[in-house]
Ligand binder design. Sequence first.
Ligand SMILES: *Cc1c(COP(=O)(O)O)cnc(C)c1O
Length: 472
Amino acid sequence: MGRNKDTEQLRPPSVNKLLMTPEMEMACEAYGRHLVADAIREELVALRSSIVSGVVTPAMMDAQNIFLAVNKRLSNWLRPSLQRVFNLTGTVLHTNLGRAPLPIEAIDAATMVATGASNLEYDLGKGCRGDRDDHIEPLICKLTGADAATVVNNNAAAVLLLLNTIANKKEVLVSRGQLVEIGGSFRIPDIMKRAGCRLREVGTTNRTHKEDYAEVIEKKTALLMSVHTSNYVVTGFTSEVSQPDLAAIAHEHSLPYAVDLGSGMLVDMKQFGLPHEPTPQDAIANGADLVTFSSDKLLGGPQAGIIAGRAELIRKIKKNPLKRALRLDKMTIAALEAVLRLYLNPDCLVERLPSLRALAKPKINIMNEATEIAAAVSEALNKNATVEVVEMKSQVGSGSQPTSLLPSGGLAIVPVGGKKGRGSKLKTLAAAFRNLPIPVIGRVTEDKFLLDFRCLENRVEFEAQLNQLKYS
Ligand SMILES: *Cc1c(COP(=O)(O)O)cnc(C)c1O
């Protein structure tokens, strides 16, 4: 079987030959010979399959063109996947955008332990092995009034570990109105099952009474639990049993009572002009034996889950082998310790904690900033869209405070032309902002693209890249 003459002519240069071209030699200096050879091989495989399917032109075989294609592969490989973005969505603690930004104190602490050895699990006083929780526990106890505390990877892990330790192969009573799903992947009934517990639903979706609990307590019952319904509210004819009443019922039957707060905030949000969020210290004062909460929601720290409560229960939790599987990394411990320290001086919190600073930012300041930025954005859009300064509403995010919206301000951008095809124009517009060197993430509504400036911390950087916006 003779080869087709055309195909014979379209034979790409060899890897070695390509590697000897001056361009490739320069690429080797920059990226290393191994990676460049890899990229060439991949490109040649792609070229050969194009030859087979007959969609290749002689120009594509040219060493210069192959070099350009190889370079594209190399830069794709080397571009970091995880990168910084501007969160102008109006959702402050946006789970998809990494929730809370860390204060500089936390970043410095994480860098310090990342750079070298530390006393992570080493008791400097006694010169012997220590416990990594020791850096965090006294702070949590001081701030919440709990006797003891431990920390794990996130609040979902905290709830899992608590349930598995206290109620493995036993029953947990939870009000029907609190069987929530948070962020699509955390569902109380599923976590119960994975923790080896049986969920016993109590009462009805909208109303649960004291007697409902007392009636179902039996030998298999191991725990009473409340779940803060972070991301939804039941309104109208509703009733839930209060924390002190639930604690009393549990303790009458010698059972522990746990509260999953979800967000949980260590100070009263009202002092910052924000709606009240239940605190762990309230839960503990109300008689809860254990309380769990996130450290990257309202707390404004790194991702972690905190369990605080009675010493003997915390001791049991720490002994569970799952604790080892869910333990925190040293950088997170360092960052969390630094954030918790900020709470020792609540007067400086707004100034030092970026998430709280964003939440507490007055609307007037945001509107003023929007007014100042509007012209630059308008110019960057080059008459292809209109820009208007508008009032809007931000939300806290992460399932916290679902019903309270924060008065905010920003820009409403509308593509020029009529309503026809506006949907796809809005998508293109949003994509153009995402394609900036530091991607800008806004919010697309039915007829506008919105940029909420509540979370804009570095206006100079935002404006400096606008001349690279490509939208036409
Ligand atoms: C957010 C939340 C969780 C999960 O916390 P993560 O830190 O996201 O794992 C669990 N319970 C409640 C009530 C929550 O709001």
